[in-house]
Design a binder for this molecule. Structure first.
Ligand code: PGA
Length: 253
């Protein structure tokens, strides 16, 4: 098995004011002092990036954003670009989260364009894919996820993919308390790894990390993360509590 360092990212979604974000980030940084067995990123709302950036500066904790437009600048009200994020210290960006796809109409083509913008700026990306409950019940999980993976990554090189993490997040498991079983998750992770092998070759695919997301908690993280193709997680609700998030990070070690 490839030697991939586990990677756990906290997706704070639309939670925290800058003051709350600073406190949460400081708590995480303090609890993870001297802990290097797992890569960690914190992805607060845009307005909290500066506060969290201050808290993580000089540590190995990465500052992440939750989205990013593909263009450098322009008449796109409400959007921010990769150079803007880079200028405030962001090094990684979540793209294609199912909430963006579901509630804000983001498409596979849009995710691809955003990824292009992020990689052009030398930032890392966490690209989310995953099926809805209906799609799982229709037995089309692999078709859906396969399509999302192909559409997002088509045209990129193996070298570019070195800074990309995939997050498999079954939509039915996000924020619902329902978690994919380790076997269910591993099956899709192995499928995604197989697609990456086809697209980018075995070496690049073996080096890429695939996170699991969807109701990861301290009590289920270890079993999920110990699956051969699960390389850590993208954590929503449980990333808002220092103890829970830190326990999940440590489960990745
Ligand atoms: P959850 O969210 O951990 O609250 O289920 C995960 C995500 O949406 O990234």
């Amino acid at each position: 098995m490839a030697d991939r360092k586990p990677y756990v990212a906290g997706n704070w979604k639309m939670h925290t004011t800058p003051a709350e974000a600073a406190k949460l980030a400081q708590g995480v940084v303090k609890a993870l002092e001297c802990f290097a067995a797992c890569d960690v990123a914190l992805c607060p709302p845009y307005v909290c990036l500066a506060a969290v950036g201050d808290a993580v500066r000089g540590t190995s904790v990465k500052l992440g954003a939750q989205n990013c437009h593909g263009e450098i600048q322009g008449a796109f009200t409400g959007e921010v670009s990769a150079p803007m994020l880079k200028a405030v210290g962001v090094t990684t960006v979540i793209l294609g989260h199912s909430e963006r796809r579901q509630f804000f109409g983001e498409t596979d083509a849009g995710v691809h364009a955003r990824l292009k913008g992020v990689l052009a700026e030398g930032l890392e990306a966490i690209v989310c894919v995953g099926e809805t409950l209906e799609q799982r019940q229709q037995n089309i999980t692999k078709d859906v996820v396969g399509h999302q993976v192909r559409a997002a990554f088509n045209g990129f090189t193996a070298a570019q993919m070195a800074t990309v993490t995939v997050a498999y997040e079954p939509v039915w498991a996000i924020g619902t308390g329902l978690t994919a079983s380790p076997a269910q998750a591993q099956e899709v992770h192995a499928f995604i790894r197989g697609m990456l092998i086809q697209q980018f070759g075995p070496d690049a695919a073996a080096a890429m990390r695939i996170q699991y997301g969807g109701s990861v908690k301290p009590n289920n993280a270890k079993e999920l993360f110990s699956q051969p193709d699960i390389d850590g997680g993208l954590i929503g609700g449980a990333s808002l509590k220092v103890e829970d998030f830190v326990a999940i990070v440590k489960a990745g070690a």
